[in-house]
Ligand binder design. Structure first.
Ligand code: PXP
Length: 244
């Protein structure tokens, strides 16, 4: 029997539009509530060090107001660790973060940063927060995540989504398929995300060992044309078609 595939909706870019003018509109918490009504299984928000989109107040309000799990994306810094431990979201996804990047460009180098990651993984897990590590689909990185005691990995689908030829996309998909099988083999829960759209979601949703997709930018952009409810419904439809 195939496993249920959850959809986490990332609302960061509602805050990007709000912050373009300052003020309160459009409100990312309102978007989160609407996304849940439209069928999102959880809400994802990334509190960046430079607060370019989501703010501390948004996180406070999300924790207080949403009825589905919050996946708090964060860099593994002391500041973010303190905020996560104060709010105790359902999940925390550790991501690499560079101030100069437009978006999260690659996965965490878990192998090269075991010392720096051990404490946040231990403290978040100890507080009952489900920790995931956002990594490129490389079996060695999954092994390192497992060795550090993280229960979940999220595979970076950016290279697959951005591939410029069908051959390159097939190669990138194959890396995701292998990594997701490896996650199952070593006992890690497997999520995936970054850059997914109606056009790219199907083959990833079809991978049976992936149980959660986190999708943001495309859905918020598409919402301009069809509304958030319709965009989420169509994305769910594409996921369901690939994983009945
Ligand atoms: N997963 C992680 C860990 C991310 O950093 C992001 C982007 O914030 C996403 C998923 C969603 O990516 P996108 O906004 O491209 O759908």
């Amino acid at each position: 029997m195939s496993r249920f595939l959850r959809l986490g909706v990332n609302i960061d870019h509602v805050a990007t539009v709000r912050n373009a003018r300052g003020g309160a509109h459009p409100d990312p918490v309102r978007a989160a509530l609407l996304a849940i009504e439209a069928g999102a299984d959880g809400i994802t928000a990334h509190l960046r060090e430079d607060r370019r989109h989501i703010t501390d107040r948004d996180i406070e309000r999300l924790v207080a107001e949403i009825s589905r799990p919050l996946n708090f994306e964060m860099a593994a810094t002391d500041e973010m660790l303190g905020i996560a431990l104060r709010h105790k979201p359902h999940a925390a996804c550790l991501v690499p973060e560079k101030r100069t990047e437009v978006t999260t460009e690659g996965g965490l180098d878990v192998i090269g940063n075991t010392a720096a990651l051990a404490r946040p993984i231990g403290e978040l897990g100890g507080a009952g927060i489900r920790v995931s590590l956002f990594i490129d689909p490389e079996p060695a990185q999954l092994d390192a995540a497992k060795a550090l005691g993280a229960p979940v990995v999220e595979l970076h689908t950016g290279a697959y989504c951005d591939a410029e030829t069908p051959e390159a996309r097939a190669r990138e998909l194959e890396r995701i398929v292998r990594a997701a099988a490896h996650a199952e083999a070593i006992g890690l829960e497997c999520h995936a995300g970054h850059g997914l759209s109606y056009a790219t979601v199907g083959p990833v949703a079809a991978i049976p060992t992936i149980v959660e997709l986190n999708i943001g930018h495309f859905l918020i952009g598409e919402a301009i044309f069809v509304g958030l409810t319709n965009a989420i419904a169509r994305m769910r439809g594409a996921m369901k078609a690939a994983r009945p």
